[in-house]
Design a protein around this ligand. Structure first.
Ligand SMILES: Nc1ncnc2c1ncn2[C@@H]1O[C@H](COP(=O)(O)OP(=O)(O)OP(=O)(O)O)[C@@H](O)[C@H]1O
Ligand SMILES: [Mg+2]
Length: 239
């Protein structure tokens, strides 16, 4: 088995007295898409926040390239190559599409390469090129989500954390977004950890998946095994 890029071990997370995660363990191997599915409140966003350095966690609970990053501040986690696209996108509404993309590269000094990366990303998301001079607040929900993902890619992450990319989108836009996400590992050699309520769509592009219920991983494995499990089918795939 390949060494994991990310290893989560017995991770607990708390908001004050409330415990949101209980002993979560999972691994993410380079260049795969791993989906975490679960209902509202299961702890999916909390898991991503822990990985991204936005929550206090125990030392060694999260290892990246074999090194503990659990408890490191968010900016250090980013500089190690982990990018989070949070729930709700958070674009700069009065900046154009192109300006929003460039903001993603703010910590890079390699100007010519940034332009090449923008061209590459516009190949994956052609709508961003068509809309490059448009203010981001005028984008549709799906276009905005593509821009948020594109902006995160411009930081040249090794690991992309996506929190509910399908929220608020029409079914057609959801299909489009997932098609694009499925292409990222191969096109850009980036590993994707995807958190989703839309289990069917997430499982369709993932290599492996974990099911989170009330803060616990209740099932994980390769995507075919997870999708074929009767309980998963019943609870998340509409029977
Ligand atoms: N800042 C907070 N303070 C207190 N409790 C919180 C906080 N953020 C989340 N929680 C609680 O932690 C639990 C897990 O929340 P989390 O946001 O991780 O769920 P989720 O799986 O992402 O849900 P959704 O699908 O609705 O986004 C929920 O019960 C939630 O109410
Ligand atoms: Mg969430």
């Amino acid at each position: 088995m390949a060494d994991p890029l990310l290893q989560v071990r017995a991770l607990d997370a708390h908001y004050g007295d409330f415990q949101a995660l209980f002993g979560v363990s999972m691994r993410v191997t380079e260049a795969e898409v791993v989906a975490v599915i679960g209902a509202n409140g299961a702890g999916k966003s909390t898991l991503l926040k822990c990985i991204a350095g936005a929550m206090p966690v125990r030392h060694n609970a999260i290892q990246y390239h074999g090194v503990s990053i659990g408890g490191d501040p968010a900016h250090e986690v980013v500089s190690r190559g982990i990018a989070l696209v949070p729930e709700g996108r958070r674009l700069f509404p009065d900046f154009t599409v192109e300006e929003n993309l460039r903001i993603g590269a703010f910590n890079r000094a390699d100007r010519p390469e940034v332009q090449r990366d923008i061209d590459d990303i516009c190949e994956v998301f052609p709508i961003l090129k068509e809309r490059s001079r448009q203010l981001s607040r005028t984008l549709s929900g799906g276009e905005g989500q593509m821009l948020a993902i594109g902006r995160a890619l411009l930081a040249r992450p090794r690991l992309l954390l996506l929190d509910e990319p399908s929220v608020g989108l029409m079914p057609i836009a959801v299909s489009e977004i997932f098609k694009m996400i499925g292409k990222i590992p191969e096109a850009k050699a980036i590993t994707v950890l995807l958190v989703e309520q839309n289990a069917r769509k997430a499982l369709a592009i993932a290599d492996r998946a974990a099911v989170l219920e009330l803060g616990r991983v209740v099932f994980q494995g390769d995507v075919d095994t997870v999708a074929a499990d009767p309980r998963v089918k019943e609870a998340y795939l509409g029977g």
